[in-house]
Design a protein around this ligand. Structure first.
Ligand code: COA
Length: 158
């Protein structure tokens, strides 16, 4: 189901049109995004379509394309969703700047208002200083740091 929050339209990946599917894939494969992911391989259109199809069967995963004033600004994701917590991910449109704080605030709005969660977790590569700075600023604390992968969590005050 699509959402409207803070002047943004959040389009559920299960209702993307073909142009939006291609846009999300182009962003994911862009060097600036791909190199920050745990799996850095280039994803083919066919693999991407299979992934999008698989979301219909995954009850514990939600992904949204975020649009502001009809322009795509990024993607936010929730995985391993339980009654209490979820693992989050985000990435911006690689062709724009300055949307990290907005994407974080949308994540927390969805977590509180739609999913009614108490805690969010995430994983980030140790070298991704930009994302680390953002997460620390938003109150996430490190829970482990092994083999250059940092795990963080935040208790929500909804
Ligand atoms: C993480 C990401 C969403 C942040 O979006 P963004 O638009 O670049 O973020 P912003 O410009 O809003 O900056 C957020 C903060 O990081 C700071 N920042 C910018 N560049 C930085 C850098 N190189 N090192 C540290 N901090 C940096 C900004 O100053 C800002 O902090 P402030 O609000 O205190 O001024 C974006 O960089 C991205 O999509 N990266 C690729 C995918 C990714 O890394 N996802 C996370 C995987 S765990």
């Amino acid at each position: 189901m699509n959402l409207h929050i803070k002047g943004c339209r959040l389009i559920d990946f299960r209702s993307l049109n073909d142009a939006q599917k291609r846009l999300v894939l182009e962003w994911r494969n862009h060097d600036a995004v791909r190199t920050c992911m745990l799996s850095q391989k280039i994803i083919s259109y066919e693999e991407h379509m299979l992934y999008l199809e698989s979301l219909w069967h995954m009850k514990d995963k939600l992904c949204y394309l975020v649009q502001k004033q009809n322009r795509g600004i990024g993607v936010i994701e929730f995985g391993n969703i339980t009654k209490e917590s979820a693992q989050i991910g985000l990435s911006k449109n690689p062709h724009i700047k300055g949307v990290g704080n907005l994407l974080m605030s949308l994540i927390e709005s969805v977590a509180c208002e739609k999913l009614h969660l108490q805690e969010l977790q995430l994983e980030v590569l140790e070298r991704n200083k930009h994302a680390l700075h953002l997460y620390e600023k938003w109150g996430y604390s490190v829970t482990s740091n092994q083999e250059h992968l940092i795990c963080m969590e935040k208790k929500l005050c909804c």
